[in-house]
Ligand binder design. Structure first.
Ligand code: THU
Length: 161
């Protein structure tokens, strides 16, 4: 028997003032775009903004549906847009924020499991890691080097026979 360990490190900033200018601007854009979410059922607005290697910025928000499972998270809305408009273009950095209409937004949230799977596949497809900036509308900011760090032992196309 062998025991293996998975570890990853990430950076924690006190707030967005501590970020470099480009990162602060991208996070600010994600925060602003929370207004565009369509989330009448959960009232939990999520938004993300991606800076691509080609310099373009793409945004995404959660899009809900009365048939709840039809809902698409902000991250996968964004990936569908990037994959369509700029197929395989690396995403350098993705900032994610949220605004719950009935609550506070003072701590970072991180992508759900399904979005981690989708982000990891986009990293593989584009050949570059996606750096994540996670934060609420205020408060601490986490910076993670790669979406892959959030999904150890991920399933991928390598596993398909
Ligand atoms: N949501 C996202 O958009 N991204 C996540 O990573 C977590 C959850 C959305 C889905 C749903 O519309 C609402 O947040 C509440 O779960």
């Amino acid at each position: 028997m062998k025991e293996k360990k998975f570890q990853f490190s990430y950076k924690v900033f006190k707030n967005s003032d501590e970020l470099i200018e480009d990162d602060a601007a991208l996070l600010q854009q994600a925060r602003k775009v929370t207004k565009k979410a369509y989330a009448p059922y959960s009232r939990f607005h999520v938004a993300c903004a991606a800076r691509l290697e080609n310099g373009r910025t793409v945004i995404g928000t959660n899009q809900e549906n009365a048939s709840y499972p039809v809902t698409i998270c902000a991250e996968r809305t964004l990936l569908a847009a990037v994959g369509t408009q700029y197929a395989d273009e690396p995403i350098e950095t993705l900032a994610i924020s949220y605004h719950p209409l009935d609550g506070e937004s003072k701590h970072p949230i991180s992508p759900c499991g399904m979005c981690r799977q989708a982000l990891t596949e986009y990293e593989k497809r584009s050949g570059k890691p996606i750096r994540l900036i996670l934060s609420g509308m205020e408060g601490p900011v986490y910076v993670i080097d790669s979406a892959k760090d959030l999904l150890p032992l991920a399933f991928s196309d390598d596993d398909l026979a």
